[in-house]
Design a binder for this molecule. Sequence first.
Ligand code: GLP
Length: 266
Amino acid sequence: MRVIIQKDYDKCAKWAANYIANKIKVARPTAAKPFVLGLPTGSTPMGVYKELVNMFKSGKLSFQHVVTFSMDEYIGLDLDHPQSYAHFMFENLYNHIDIKKENINILNGMTKDYAKECATYESKMRHYGGVNLFFGGIGTDGHIAFNEPGSSLTSRTRVKTLTQETREDNSRFFGNNINKVPKTVLTVGVGTIMDAEEVLIMASGASKAQAIHDTIEEGVNHMCAASALQMHQHGIIVCDDAACSKLLPKTVDYFKQIENLKFEGV
Ligand code: GLP
């Protein structure tokens, strides 16, 4: 696992955006072989999306041959609902870049056939030859996408019930009214994310410190879905000082040292 420790949120967002942009450019995607990108919602990716939009606007990056898969969606919220994840993605990214509509994949929270919706999502990913890079945030309980504690680490796209903690965390998007936060969601599985060639998780702020400690310093455990990253060959966590505040000093020093040596070309 690669752990990139940055001073603050802005630096993490820049790092993640540059990483994603570079991966797209290096892949030289075409219509026949697009770059497949998994994407999250939440506060964490907002700065990253801003950077990516700026890169597009300044002509440095194109999404013409990028195919995206959103991580998750609330059940019962449609595309026009201001808190739906689909709406979030259009508002914060898709409306501002040159991505083709047919290349945007979003789970339909209004579906009447959950099993079919989830199976189709998985088969679409396979159709493209899998996801090149899955970018994600992390919940305070260590969840990735909406894989709450206890999620199988080999899980696929499916229905999940949210924990009280996650509904409380996310109530800030619903006028601080937890009763308005849906109880169930559609989400890609931990296994779905782990199948990607690369996984990049970003974490910022002290509220994520326990999750980052559990992810990096504790064992692989379904009570912290992000800990599955320990089993991934190309897992990266980019986090700020506050999110690292529960890591041992020697852990922080070691990961910083590795990155400094890389910078020196070792
Ligand atoms: C939600 C999303 C996750 C996200 C997490 C953290 O539960 N399903 O994909 O990573 O919240 O959100 P935030 O970035 O707002 O802290």
